[in-house]
Ligand binder design. Sequence first.
Ligand code: CGF
Length: 832
Amino acid sequence: ADATNGNGNGHSPYLEDSRTGLGVDTLKRAIRNNLFYVQGKFPEIATRNDYYMAIAYAVRDRLLQRWVASVKQYIQEKHRVVAYLSAEYLLGPHLANNLINLGIYKETEQACKELGLDLEWLIEKEVEPGLGNGGLGRLAACYMDSLATLEVPAIGYGIRYQFGIFEQDIRDGWQVEDTDNWLRRGNPWEIARRELSYDIKFGGYVQTYLDRAGKLCFNWIPELVVKGVAYDTPILGYKVNTANTLRLWKSEAPHSFDFQSFNAGDYNSAVNSKIICENISKVLYPNDEQIEGKRLRLQQQYFFVSCSLQDMIGIHLRQGEKIHDFHKKFVVQLNDTHPAIGVAELMRLLMDVHQLEWEEAWDITSKTFAYTNHTLLPEALETWDLQLFGSVLPRHLQLIYEINRRFVDYATIKLYGNHQKISSLSLIGEGPRKYIKMANLACLGSFAINGVAALHSELLKKTVLKDWYELMPHKFQNKTNGVTPRRWMVLANPELTNLISGKIGEGWIKNLHELKQLEPFADDPEFRKEWMQVKFNKKKALAKRIKKRLGVDVDPNSMFDILVKRIHEYKRQHLKVLHIITLYNQIKKNPSMDVVPRTFIFAGKAAPGYRKAKLMIKLINSVGEIVNNDPDINGRIKVVFYPNYNVTNAQKIYPAADVSEQISTAGKEASGTGNMKLSLNGALTVGTLDGANVEIRECVGEENFFLFGLTADEVAKVKSEGYKPWDYYSENPNLKEVIDQINSGYFSHLDSKVFKELTDSLLYDDQYLLFADYQSYIDTQAKVEEAFKDQDKWARMSILNTARMGKFSSDRSIREYCDEIWKVESVPVTLD
Ligand code: CGF
């Protein structure tokens, strides 16, 4: 097979298959028609965006047939449905993905060509919907893809943020943020369902009264009512007819204008309520693994959860079913605790709106929800100040008190006398200020609780959810994360896709375990050559982008050593910097030394309020400035910080990686999913035994993985024995030299204060044990360098990495969720 443009066994994932009934000519006509009828343009005056829109609408039309058929069939046949509740969906651009899943990439490319257009150039025009921060939101997007591909009836519910994750620029080495106005040119992939809206209450107070039968009733009189309007995006599976719905809620004022105030001459308050309502879905909070105890954030969470539950109940009742059977129709997955308020909201809806008694309402609720935990950082577990909570959701505060009262009664009997445990399990935290513990609400209200990698799920049971595990062990499960091979291989790396399919066919795209069949080709010198040629081409393409974006020349023959993810102390980007400076010092002392040329590529966003993370970005850029321009180094090592890491950029970076850096402190990263995408694209991992690294290493073989650092148990032990980073610093001359150099201002134009906050935190605290792992990391990097010198051996290891990644498809994860938690089945959709 031709590595760059062949299509293997005559099959290509880009070739239209017979079901779609689409040919090049029809597509051309559709594009021309859309340009005229939708954009109101003709070729002479059409812009690049006009053509992008014309193609997008042509493709959307092809999706709609499948979408309508899916909805119709689900309604008629009344299947059990998964509702995935997530405050974030990091979808990435739609066009290319939909072309691949429809199987019409090649046809569309040809149609464009015949119209004098370059499809790739138009694809690049798409502004991605960045409605997520990082791993958690991207996981939700991969899961939506797999649910549809596996033909499982599912609805994704979330928020249609007007502004997604900020755009990052780097100025003078510092991160600067700009708003992400992703809707500025319109969004051809969504359909506004204005007829589908719900009223959401906030604030106010609760009236209590007895009804005629003497039953105690509650009437929530809100201070504010907001309207949630549904915006639907079809999510098509790969070469199936299933197109599921991603339903995102936009907040609006129930009446767009307060005419009473306006007529009374009070223009400000007339528009004020509109602004307050619209603010709720205005912007995504840019924090990953950090809690933001802000009123608006709580309002966002409640807003989308209430809209979604009301919507589900509506669907259920419209199908002629009884409210009592709600949990048989829907299983609701809580993606982290952000939607955990759903537990109290479903109780409210069942009791206050649908008049069920407490016992039955609780029975239904606790059979409906399942909860995925994504973090081991205790500080990232969400809590809400009780007073704030009560002022936003007074009725829910009452319900939570009552849920808790009943639970504490139960726990008191079960855990007789163990007050400490009972208070740790309580939904309400005591202290100078009381607070609501959302993880506890999620654990209590869910029938299943899962971690996202084997190690993470084990550690949950021993640490942050220990008491829950001891009380309710039957609820605990593990569901190791996965990534969709459609976006992360077929779309991001068509060259490798074709090379692989040329040898083993295309089955692996839907059944990633089939990649195993590649293993024997690792021994084929010709295949190894082709494999490395694809890698080289991808590195060349990335080098070109780096040059264009940053003006830095990087050599595609050098080792591309890649560390891309959110910037966080526990992810230890600064450990990588310590390695780079160590290497720099070695070369400075011995300029003629034989060193493998390396390009260190970083990318990632820091939460705007996270000072140390922003300082880490500045450090990377400052070191780059010195290293890249030092004549003694002579280009042998280069440091690049690629700005604005998002799905679009990730698709360009992963395929070009030789080395994947997964260097978090063991016991801190729940799973990681970048580690999977990089390894799938043939990168070799340098990693700690953390998150899913553990399972990746098991699968690819320890000889194809560069392990370093303390284990999670060792980390705990070192800490409990009184960790003293200063000792490591004073006893390791290379480490000392590096830290002193940073502190001397060597990388900051002799300003010795710039990085002091960072170096002080390492010297006197070093929560994430960089110093303890430093030497092991340096030694392992020397092994990486040695291995890279033998390119043929490296190629073998790289092929085996890809070949053994079968487990890490999100299809496998979703299958497990379906079988072991959700109890839902595939429903193949038929087209009329
Ligand atoms: O979720 C994360 C990521 N930061 O979004 N967590 N949260 N919260 C974890 O840190 C990752 O390890 C994990 O892969 C991801 C998705 O589960």
